[in-house]
Design a protein around this ligand. Structure first.
Ligand code: ZN
Length: 74
């Protein structure tokens, strides 16, 4: 199954130190695919979206983070 990252653009983020490893681009955007990560022990929890940071030039995903990591605290 091929699912593309839904471009729910927040803003173009300028990362000072980070450059795209593929094309040296410096413009990035954030988006999510709305496929939440869920805790292994809480099967019925809603989960938390993944946020991808990707290069606007070549599309390389340089960072994936979880929207609300605190949800996974025990
Ligand atoms: Zn790039």
């Amino acid at each position: 199954m091929k699912h593309s990252i839904t471009c729910k653009y927040k803003e173009v983020v300028q990362l000072k130190e980070n450059k795209c490893p593929k094309c040296n681009g410096v413009e990035f955007a954030e988006g999510t695919d709305f496929m939440p990560i869920k805790s292994l022990d809480k099967k019925f929890s809603i989960g938390s979206n993944k946020i991808y940071t990707f290069c606007l030039n070549c599309g390389e995903v340089i960072s994936t983070r979880i929207e609300n990591p605190n949800k996974f605290r025990k």
